[in-house]
Write a protein that binds this ligand. Structure first.
Ligand SMILES: [Cu+2]
Length: 288
């Protein structure tokens, strides 16, 4: 039996979005060939930081001009292996400095991406090579640490998955990169990142919530299916409170660390969960 579940009422328009398809598409993009440049190993991942127009709001709305990794939002899901060296060459195509911070990862200080502290910022047109060996398996994410609120708010973020040597058994894996955007009527990122009022209040809370860069609609799960759900909250200020009505998810890891399932809320910047759907689904699942 396949049951279709409504996630929430989107703020702009409606569209059917296959979350599994979205995650698969992101994975395949991560595999695309890299440019050949001297002194860069063949197996290095490249991240091109650049403005691009992306179909955030969906049919009937103009594409949204965002700041992207490789012209997609969020950046592609990067999969690396615990204990296996990882390299990423970041090329800055923005008109301002940037860096990449690997959120939640234990790594050498020089690779932590804090401009002026652990590295010089990557200037417009410049590049920087990050290299480290992931020590912990889990769900992490990457984002700039330069002008972070605006650069993340304009789209720069992606999921980094460190695969364990022996993954637990599951039927299917879903990756949900959660975010929110402050959009104008014509589906563009609203200016005013330095707004004093929002800085004094809760921060910049968007008027549109997205999963994997799209306004979500429905996701189908089978009765009794064991789904490994990887969650990352990439919004700059919004606390995501997830409700799975009729389901009984079990939290198996938090911020990349295995846990006993007692964690109740996915808070701001609490990046990583994995969860099972071990029981029969019923009629609704809600994200609020
Ligand atoms: Cu972070």
């Amino acid at each position: 039996m396949t049951t279709t579940h409504r996630l929430f009422a989107p703020a702009i328009g409606r569209r059917t979005f296959a979350l599994l398809g979205g995650a698969a598409a992101l994975s395949s993009l991560a595999q695309r060939p890299t440019l050949a440049v001297a002194a860069v190993p063949d197996d290095a991942t490249r991240l091109h930081v650049r403005p691009a127009r992306v179909p955030l709001a969906g049919a009937g709305h103009p594409d949204t001009l965002m700041w992207t990794y490789d012209s997609i939002v969020p950046g592609s899901v990067r999969r690396v292996r615990q204990g296996v060296p990882f390299q990423a060459v970041v090329e800055n195509g923005l008109a301002e400095d940037t860096t990449v911070h690997w959120h939640g990862m234990r790594l050498p200080n020089a690779m932590d991406g804090v401009p002026g502290l652990t590295q010089p910022p990557i200037p417009p047109g410049g590049q920087f090579t990050y290299a480290f060996t992931p020590q912990d398996a889990g769900t992490f994410w990457y984002h700039p640490h330069a002008n972070g609120l605006e650069q993340i708010g304009r789209g720069l973020a992606g999921v980094l998955i460190v695969e364990e040597a022996e993954p637990p058994p599951f039927d299917r894996e879903l990756v949900w990169a959660l975010s929110d955007r402050q959009l104008t009527e014509d589906a563009q990122i609203a200016p005013g990142f330095g707004n004093r009022m929002s800085a004094m209040m809760a921060g910049r809370i968007g008027n549109v919530v997205t999963i994997n860069g799209r306004i979500p609609d429905r996701v189908a799960v089978r009765a009794g299916e064991r789904v490994r759900l990887r969650l990352a909250n990439m919004s700059v200020a919004r606390t995501m409170a997830l409700r799975f009505e009729g389901h009984r998810p079990v939290v198996v890891a938090y911020d990349g660390q295995p846990c006993d399932g007692s964690v109740k809320n996915l808070g701001h910047y609490a990046a990583s969960w994995s969860a099972w759907w071990p029981k029969r689904p019923s009629s609704t699942a809600a994200l609020t």
